[in-house]
Write a new protein. Structure first.
Length: 137
């Protein structure tokens, strides 16, 4: 077991060493490209990016996203509860006292339904955001 840990540790260190060398070369190439640019282009580029407006757009619909996500998760839990309430008595009658076999299925339902409905809610919030972000002509 110790040999495996030593080998994995050496492989990880070797990987990080190579990654550092490659990133260093990439940074040097990027600096060389920036140095070769015309200063007027650099000034125009700096003036063209307004980071404050980008940050305000990112936080603009946070409450919508979180509200839709929580609503979707809640709806998914309700759907999972309804499914298990409907399915459990029929399975119990069919299998007798061997209902422990269906616990795994119910745990999957309780995980999958909120995840699916939460994802659908986020998709819906994305569509609402895009509709509100379009410029009006």
């Amino acid at each position: 077991m110790q040999e495996v840990i030593v080998v994995l540790g050496c492989a990880f260190l070797f990987y990080k060493f190579l990654e550092n060398l490659i990133r260093r070369k990439e940074r040097i190439m990027l600096v060389e490209k920036i140095d070769s640019l015309d200063p007027s282009h650099v000034d125009a580029l700096q003036k063209g990016i307004n980071f404050q407006s980008l940050a305000s757009l990112a936080g603009r619909f946070t409450s919508l996203r979180s509200g839709m996500l929580l609503t979707g998760i809640g709806l998914g839990l309700i759907v999972a509860w309804v499914l298990t309430t409907i399915l459990y008595p029929s399975m119990l009658a069919a299998q007798g006292n061997n209902s422990y076999m269906y616990r795994d299925m119910f745990s999957v339902i309780y995980l999958a339904a909120p995840a699916c409905f939460g994802g659908l809610a986020l998709l819906l919030s994305y569509l609402v955001e895009n509709k509100n972000n379009k410029p009006r002509a």
